[in-house]
Design a binder for this molecule. Structure first.
Ligand SMILES: CC(C)(COP(=O)(O)OP(=O)(O)OC[C@H]1O[C@@H](n2cnc3c(N)ncnc32)[C@H](O)[C@@H]1OP(=O)(O)O)[C@@H](O)C(=O)NCCC(=O)NCCS
Length: 144
């Protein structure tokens, strides 16, 4: 299921502005992910969260908020909607990967209760410069 009010083109443009620690997705890659069977996409006029729910696991694949509108609770609201919808679809745990160097996102996920559970070495390839490790984080999804 997808709850989207933003087109893949709009999402790609927003993500290209927001992503500084990893390459943004193309509009085509976003459209294909949104159209896939297990996709879960929630959007706000200034941001989006995209992932999938398979059986009892949710995975967040992309999250971005317009840099001009950050620190106003938009991502927190997006993630609340993402997690609640994932929970209603049967997920009991949500997983994500974040670049080890992405301090703002790591602080954000920690504020939401995500904990580091592992590391993927060299996960984020860069055109120039060394590949960056990804921190794997997870959170139990509970019914409030
Ligand atoms: C990470 C991101 C999605 C957060 O979006 P946001 O809408 O600004 O986040 P919120 O306003 O909902 O923040 C909620 C809480 O998270 C924490 N937080 C968010 N951004 C933070 C930052 N830059 N530094 C430290 N803590 C931060 C704070 O605890 C914040 O609460 P507060 O503002 O009351 O202190 C946004 O910075 C972004 O788009 N970054 C670029 C893309 C990216 O890195 N995505 C993640 C890919 S894994």
């Amino acid at each position: 299921m997808t709850i989207a009010v933003m087109s893949p083109d709009d999402m790609a443009a927003l993500q290209a502005r927001a992503y500084q620690h990893m390459p943004p997705w193309s509009a085509l890659a976003l459209a294909e992910m949104i159209a896939s069977a297990h996709a879960l996409c929630v959007t706000d006029p200034q941001g989006f969260a995209l992932g999938r729910v398979v059986l009892d696991e949710a995975e967040l694949l992309a999250l971005a908020v317009n840099p001009d509108h950050q620190r106003h609770g938009i991502a927190r609201t997006l993630m609340n909607r993402f997690e609640t919808t994932a929970r209603t679809r049967g997920a009991v745990t949500c997983f994500l990967e974040v670049a080890e160097t992405n301090a703002p996102a790591r602080a954000f996920y920690a504020a939401l209760g995500y904990k580091g559970i592992g590391k993927r070495g060299g996960y984020y390839r860069q055109a120039d410069g060394p590949a960056i490790d990804a921190l794997v984080m997870s959170k139990a999804l509970t019914l409030d």
